[in-house]
Design a protein around this ligand. Sequence first.
Ligand SMILES: Cc1cc2nc3c(=O)[nH]c(=O)nc-3n(C[C@H](O)[C@H](O)[C@H](O)COP(=O)(O)OP(=O)(O)OC[C@H]3O[C@@H](n4cnc5c(N)ncnc54)[C@H](O)[C@@H]3O)c2cc1C
Length: 598
Amino acid sequence: MANSKYFNSKTLRFLLYEVHGVHELIKHERFQSYDKQSFDLLLDSVEDFSNQSLFPFIKDMDEHPSYFSEGKIIIHQQFESILKQAGEMGLIGATFDEKNGGLQLPVSLFSALYFIMEAANNHVTGYMGLTAGAANLILSFGSDQLKQTYVPKMLEMKWGGTMCLTEPQAGSSLSEIKTSAKPISNETFHISGQKIFISSGDHQYAENFVHLVLARIEGAPAGTKGVSLFVVPKFRLDESKLENNHVTVAGEFDKLGQRGYCTTHLIFGETGECRGWLLGQPNQGLTYMFQMMNEARIATGRMGTGIASAAYYASLQYAKERPQGRKLPTGGMKNTDDSQTTIINHPDVKRMLLHQKAIVEGCISLILQASMYVDMEMVSTGTEKDKYRLLAEILTPMAKTIPAESGQEAVSTGLQVLGGYGYMMDFILQQYYRDIRIISIYEGTTGIQSLDLLGRKATMHDGKALQLLAEEIRLEIIKASTQNHTQAEAQKLGKCLQSVQSVMKYLLPFAATGNHERFLADAGLFMEMMSKIVLGWQWLKIGNSLNVHSINSNPFFKGKLLTMQYFFTYELPKVNAIHETLLNNHSITIEVNIENLE
Ligand SMILES: Cc1cc2nc3c(=O)[nH]c(=O)nc-3n(C[C@H](O)[C@H](O)[C@H](O)COP(=O)(O)OP(=O)(O)OC[C@H]3O[C@@H](n4cnc5c(N)ncnc54)[C@H](O)[C@@H]3O)c2cc1C
């Protein structure tokens, strides 16, 4: 087990096995061909790949970003070997059924593998993840012919995949989509329109691109009910020859961060006939696309966690080496040693490092938790299956948003640990600070995730999903109440759960009386409150998994205990303030108007 500079392998394995029991999944038929040793081997090989092929290039990808030249997108040359190796290692469709060319790996282990790669280099995995997501949509809703034509090449990474939703006038609100589809036959359509901000939309290391495009069939109903999903290749297969399908790359967006991960502007059907193949039924496009978006939301949170992890280990390293200041005297004794200390010995710097550690490890645990629910849904039947589906659904907007928002805070704290050097281009913290900024924007902004959490997930099936989540949290609280080292924290989290109840009791009557604007006005704050509680739950779960006998003698366990105590002492109390604001009887954000804001 190598000691990498961007994540801690021992912590990841502790979270996987001791906290979440991922290895216990192998008792289910679906995962029978694995054992713990094979999971470990996969973790080792992805760590080696990341050490050799990903981490050494992260800075260079930022300094030599993707660019547009003569109608094509050019990405960093290291991608040639990265994408080839990823295809050969089976990393693209690793969770797919074996019969579809996948490895049938649990999503939770897959999340751990991708977390390692994302911590090493967050500019890379999007190319792979989008290709897998697009292939999975074709497998779920496509005809046999579409599956045979596209999926094998995509799993090898010879053909790339994309997700084409956004248009200049249709961002958060996809009901405004204008790209149009004119029928040629029942399955084939002429596609015309444009899509912006398309990640991984073109590059020199794929022979073809398979765009999954949301478009409106002529005469379809207005709004989201009239949106269909199409497979639109860059080159279409015509009697086994690849022909130009008239998907034009109009440009590359110049970005703040993730500069190695291209973001393209695509135009369909401007230079000639662009054909698209309908996926599934007409007007069901958004429902289908939600499959990919839900996977992508957990993946986006995982990516934010990876960046925050890399930033943590970079700032920890710096704090261990930077001499500055002297230790303050303790216990009324004068400090006779006048030599400089390294900054890691100052309590305020330790506080910043604990803040980062609490967020990074709490978020890894959260991503594994959400992934475990997806796995459990897959292997369960009946009411158990429904339970895990609802738990995965309610946790998804939080698994996206918590690493995005608290991850940004953690990276910013990490930059602060470096003082002035953190602001300098020579050190990587500034890059992580820029890279992580996108996580709260794409795959649905924090605002949209918060509306989803409060407006849809917390209320669906008469609040059943929220109730199931509260039960999961309560189970950890009960367990923690019986142990000395977690008792106090259990009590604090129990009180926070009561706060959620009182907020719902206060807000739900607004929805019941049709005042949805008021009901959802503070959805962002509700998300913030839930974020603290959900991270607290994960830290309590970590606390419950510690070996009681070696907590004080083993620095690894002691570190986990102190970080849990840090979270409950410094972060969880913020729930009280947010709770008070959520119960406010003003409607400031509704009342304020444009003139007031001038
Ligand atoms: C680098 C990058 C890569 C991307 N990759 C892809 C991709 O591969 N495929 C793709 O299809 N798209 C992609 N996107 C698009 C991305 O998903 C959108 O940018 C995002 O969903 C927000 O849409 P918008 O930019 O139009 O902002 P807007 O929708 O205009 O939102 C602006 C602000 O208003 C808020 N807001 C909007 N509507 C509401 C509402 N109803 N209630 C409350 N607040 C609201 C938002 O939260 C946000 O703060 C990418 C974007 C970027 C920047």
